[in-house]
Ligand binder design. Sequence first.
Ligand code: SF4
Length: 121
Amino acid sequence: MYRELICIGCPMGCPLTVTVEEGKVTAVSGNICRKGKEYAEAECLNPTRTLTTTVKIKNAMYPLLSVRTSKPIPKDQIEACLQYLCGITVEAPVTIGQVIVEDVLQTGADIIATKSMARQR
Ligand code: SF4
């Protein structure tokens, strides 16, 4: 099986052709450097993404707080994380970088605030 990808390792955006056979990457072409090969292997075998979203917040100026994962998580866990975070409500005040959820769904990543929000009376 062949897959066509664009490497996101740098602004060059090299077009990659990846050969996957029996669950293994057997060839990568189009990459200028080794980062392209590493990206192709990760994207084909274990794709991950940093999740950015919002959670509900009480007693703040706005009803939603922007958050993200502390590191990329498996792409197939994104939907489950979004569902889980829909049920989360935090309380102001919150400081940027504060951990909102530790080890979300056992992914090894924390959910952290990307904005500070003061408490409103
Ligand atoms: S293969 Fe290397 S040069 Fe090309 S986009 Fe990826 S990181 Fe940049």
